[in-house]
Design a protein around this ligand. Structure first.
Ligand code: ANZ
Length: 951
């Protein structure tokens, strides 16, 4: 009986679907285990062999945990809103919903063929109204919440309003906008309702505000920081500029500290945690106020070095700082304005990356030092970023390189002091000149401090104590985070509509009971002529507050019918909570979330996906989860307990070498220094997974190659050059898993992907090795079947057979727990080889072996299990546990040395004592030969290790 993968795989895939073998139970006495894959964006290209890598690994764990008695939740779905479908719609006019549905169907077909044990009954699609009504619902909850720093959690906005009504806001410790005014309870009550609304927006966890955004003109949309790579858009590589726009933002900064602390509680790779830490960027320091001379305003700086306050030599403001134009003197105005115009052309990233160019301008204004009362010139310079800290720095050339470079660059210029102030203690000279000719003078005031924290405490105390003077309270300790609030509006069509309409320009939430607000139909997917987002093309996009319906724009009267929001939500909205939706079975999804169910599943035990989401999806998800936890909708502080990032599978590109300026192609070994141009050749044009080009196929591939000439190897073959590159359509090195499944079967594909190397490492795909894995499965099959059929016997297995089995049981259990799947595959190969040479066809070995391989190669395992006489699927069969007694070695081979040199080897039973071994070795004829008549002086036996004879 031969191994017929096609029949077997088709049969079991149908069986699993029909019997809903992998359906998770929301009520179970078993312990729960939740294994999640990052759900795919269904692109038009379908899956290549790189995509399933993580899915195979998580599927092995899911299947293993079922064998181990867990109630496993292993769902799958689609992150189906997004740019590519919309770009395609713009080009072709096809509705994104249509192309998305087609792509999903294709993905599903491919995923089904790979034998994944997904519980498809819980599938989610982020573009499905049944799903996005909950995304809209979460948005409303965020809008209706504020962050109370005192309780360190989000609370309903009503509790904030109650505080305002009774005590105003001076004592409220909340995450809010920096420019929030202070008011009393009386004042609050006299505010108009509009004013109250505006103030509340400064506290809500999602709010509308004019912000500086990354605008990508080519894509016609705003991009998040993590959607920009090296200053250009991640998708398409288009330029990005800074622009002010009114946008929805998420107050993620309220959670900065919890996002940071939480990292210590989760089992993620250090590198991902480190990128999140850097992204959050916590700095501990102080904010210090400097009043502006002859002006009522004050400039607040953020510094991590308050101890350097006496070294302040000038102040530098970001060119965009709101006070700049106000304080600039008439004399300096032209210069300052010219400088501002020049820096506006540089992106923030350029400014950060460029540490060499020094530029700036003097405003003509002076600030007053809060302790010395001395006047300090105020400059602007683009090394100071408007969006970090307060957008202003106290410049200390004696302590900071950039401040030093700036002072040196402008030495002798108007407004740049002649001497640099020293902040330090105990500098013996009061004035000196450094190598570069810069002169210093000592402030003297901090002398005597011996360490940093003492100096900081002294400065802050001095600022606090400055009596009746202006400086009292001019400094306070402050923690600053690099993390910014996240812009949440996109000027796109294919995303979640906001459940928001506008009354007098102020945003209002639509009642939860009227969700979902469906994405409207539009004629075209481009921005409108007035520059409004694509939803501006919709003609039925107004909200009737009387009957709670979306109605025609013509009915807008701003009395009962109001315009709806034209932006849509960003790509990360739908992916920031999807693991919770999976917990609910489809028919329980009416109200979200169903508390008892969410409480049962808690959070994701194992999350598998790419590391490219480090500071995007993985940070936003943690933020939303913490928010939902605060408001009682999610049970745990962290959504993903353990995270594994699968490494990328690289492609093996193939090249043909065209002689420069001709249509002649030279085979790899005939190039020999000739001037050739390497051309990517589609890897499907190679013969039988080798490097040989199929010339006929190549000629038919492209018109321009139809008449190509070839210079071949001596054996008449055309050999291509191969190189490892990222797997991508544009490099023609994409390997389609469908072809492999067809030829070798999916069990082979699954094993092979795992066999390629450690899960977390990047590794090249080379189809050539796959036949080895296929042969392994055939060999496994042949333990159970011979040419005439079934050959499994009920005879008792020998100790060797049991040892081969139990070694494997032990190794594979350990490997799966450590996510080391490649080593398990090698162990299976060793085991099957051993059992084959032992002629093992014994049920007591072969039955557990089938269960052991089931997580890896589930189809063949099911088939063997059935043939072994089981009526039920193998899925829930207990996973074998090894017994130490079978692993014991019954004899041990010793290297036998004479005066330290190994001469031969001898095996002795492990039950023998040292004295017995000594006696045996001394009476060994080969020992006599080595001794050549000498009497041994000493015999050393180290049990289970060595024997050494000293002559
Ligand atoms: C005085 C000082 C003296 C500073 C000294 C440093 C060294 P991190 O650690 O990144 O938070 N700074 C503050 N706001 C800035 C902005 N918007 N753009 C550019 N630089 C800014 O760094 C904080 C330090 O970076 C602050 O401490 C400030 O310079 C500068 F010997 O203040 B320091």
């Amino acid at each position: 009986m031969v191994y017929n993968h096609k029949e077997i795989e088709a049969f079991w895939q149908e069986y699993w679907a029909k019997h809903q073998t992998f359906k998770a139970q929301n009520n179970s006495t078993k312990p729960k285990y939740y294994v999640l894959d990052m759900f795919p964006y269904p692109s038009g290209a379908g899956l290549h062999v790189g995509h399933p890598l993580g899915y195979i690994a998580s599927d092995i764990v899911a299947r293993y945990k079922r064998h181990k008695g867990f109630n496993v939740l292993h769902p799958q779905g689609y992150d189906s809103f997004g740019l590519p479908a919309e770009q395609y719609a713009i080009q072709t006019g096809q509705h994104p919903a249509l192309t998305t549905a087609q792509n999903i169907a294709r993905y599903r077909e491919q995923l089904d063929k790979m034998g994944f044990s997904f519980d498809w009954s819980r599938e989610v699609k982020t573009s499905d109204p049944d799903y996005y009504r909950h995304t809209q619902w979460i948005f409303i909850q965020l809008f209706n919440s504020w962050y109370n720093n005192a309780t360190d959690k989000a609370e309903p906005i009503e509790t904030l309003i109650a505080l305002f009504e009774t005590e105003g806001n001076s004592k409220v410790n909340a995450a809010c906008d920096d420019d929030t005014p202070t008011f009393t309870a009386e004042e609050w009550r006299t505010f108009s309702s509009e004013k109250q609304q505006q103030i509340l927006l400064k506290y809500r966890l999602t709010y509308l505000a004019e912000t500086e955004v990354n605008w990508c003109p080519a894509l016609g949309t705003v991009l998040a920081n993590d959607e920009i790579v090296n200053g250009v858009s991640e998708r398409g590589g288009h330029p990005v500029i800074r622009k002010k726009m009114t946008q929805w933002s998420m107050r993620i900064t309220a959670y900065a500290e919890r996002l940071l602390q939480g990292l210590d509680t989760i089992d993620w790779s250090e590198s991902i945690k480190e990128s999140q830490r850097n992204w959050i960027g916590k700095s501990v320091g102080a904010s210090i106020d400097f009043s502006v001379a002859n002006n009522d305003s004050k400039i607040t700086v953020f510094t991590t070095r308050p101890d350097t306050l006496f070294g302040v030599t000038y102040l530098t403001l970001a060119p965009e700082h709101p006070l700049v134009l106000q304080i600039t003197t008439e004399e300096q105005r032209a210069e300052v304005e010219a400088y501002i115009a020049a820096t506006a052309k540089r992106s923030e990233r350029d400014r950060m990356a460029d540490t060499k160019t020094v530029s700036g301008a003097f405003t003509g204004a002076y600030a007053v030092h809060p302790l010395t009362g001395k006047q300090i010139p105020i400059w602007i310079g683009d090394y100071v970023l408007a969006s970090y800290g307060t957008g202003a720095v106290m410049a200390v050339p004696a302590g900071d390189d950039r401040d030093y470079a700036f002072a040196k660059h402008f030495k002798g210029a108007k407004g740049m002091p002649e001497v640099i102030n020293i902040f330090d203690k105990d500098i013996s000279e009061n004035a000196f000149t450094d190598k570069e000719g810069m002169t210093y003078q000592n402030s003297d005031i901090l002398n005597g401090c011996t360490n940093f924290s003492e100096a900081v405490a002294k400065v802050l105390a001095a600022l606090e104590a400055k009596g009746a003077g202006k400086a009292k309270g001019a400094g306070k300790a402050k923690v600053n985070y690099r993390l910014r609030d996240a812009v949440f509006s996109r000027q796109r069509y294919w995303g979640e509509p906001f459940p928001v309409y506008y009354e007098n320009g102020l945003p209002q939430m639509i009642g939860e009971e009227y969700l979902p607000i469906l994405l409207p139909e539009v004629e075209k997917y481009l921005p409108t002529e007035e520059g409004n987002p694509p939803l501006g093309n919709a003609t039925t996009w107004a909200w009737n507050t009387a009957n709670h319906k979306v109605v025609s724009n013509e009915l807008i009267d701003n009395q009962t019918v109001f315009p709806l929001e034209l932006n849509t939500m960003p790509g990360w909205a739908g992916s920031s909570w999807y693991w919770l939706e999976y917990m609910m079975e489809k028919d329980a999804r009416g109200t979200f979330p169903t508390k008892a169910i969410v409480d049962y599943w808690q959070n994701v035990d194992l999350y598998v996906g790419g590391s490219e989401h480090a500071t995007g999806h993985l940070l936003y998800s943690r933020f939303w989860n913490k928010f939902l936890k605060d408001r009682g909708f999610a049970p745990t502080e962290e959504p993903f307990k353990k995270l594994i990032n699968q490494g990328m599978i690289l492609g093996m590109s193939a090249f043909a070498y065209r002689l420069e300026g001709t249509n002649t192609f030279v085979s790899k070994n005939q190039v020999k220094g000739q001037s050739v141009q390497p051309i990517h050749v589609d890897v499907s044009l190679l013969k039988d997974t080798s490097d040989e080009l199929d010339i006929d196929k190549f000629k038919a591939w492209r018109k321009e190659f139809a008449n190509a000439e070839f210079i071949l190897e001596e054996d008449g073959k055309y050999i291509t050059g191969r190189e490892v590159e990222k797997m991508s359509k544009s490099k023609y090195n994409v390997v389609n898993p469908d072809d492999i499944c067809e030829q070798y079967g999916v069990d082979t594909l699954r094993l092979y992907e795992m066999f390629l190397g450690p899960l977390e490492q990047a590794k090249p795909w080379n189809t050539a090795g796959i036949s080895g894995v296929y042969n392994f499965l055939r060999k496994l099959w042949r333990l159970y079947f011979n040419d005439n059929g079934w050959q499994v016997t009920d005879e008792a297995p020998t100790p060797e057979m049991l040892k081969a089995l139990h070694k494997t049981i032990k190794k594979v259990n350990e490997d799966i727990e450590n996510f080391s799947f490649n080593t398990s595959v090698s162990q299976f190969m060793i085991c099957v080889n051993e059992l084959s040479s032992l002629k093992c066809h014994h049920r007591d070995v072969l039955a557990p072996l089938a269960v052991l391989v089931a997580p890896f190669a589930p189809h063949i395992a099911e088939e063997l299990w059935k043939r072994l006489g089981n009526a039920e699927s193998i899925t829930y069969a207990p996973y074998p546990v090894h017994e130490d007694k079978y692993l014991q070695e019954d004899s041990k081979e010793y290297p036998v040395s004479f005066n330290g040199k190994v001469r031969f080897k001898r095996a002795y039973a492990t039950s023998m004592s040292v004295a017995e071994i000594e006696q045996a070795i001394l009476s060994d004829p080969q020992t006599a030969e080595q001794l050549q008549g000498n009497t041994p002086k000493k015999v050393i036996v180290v049990p289970n290790r060595i024997i050494n004879i000293v002559m």
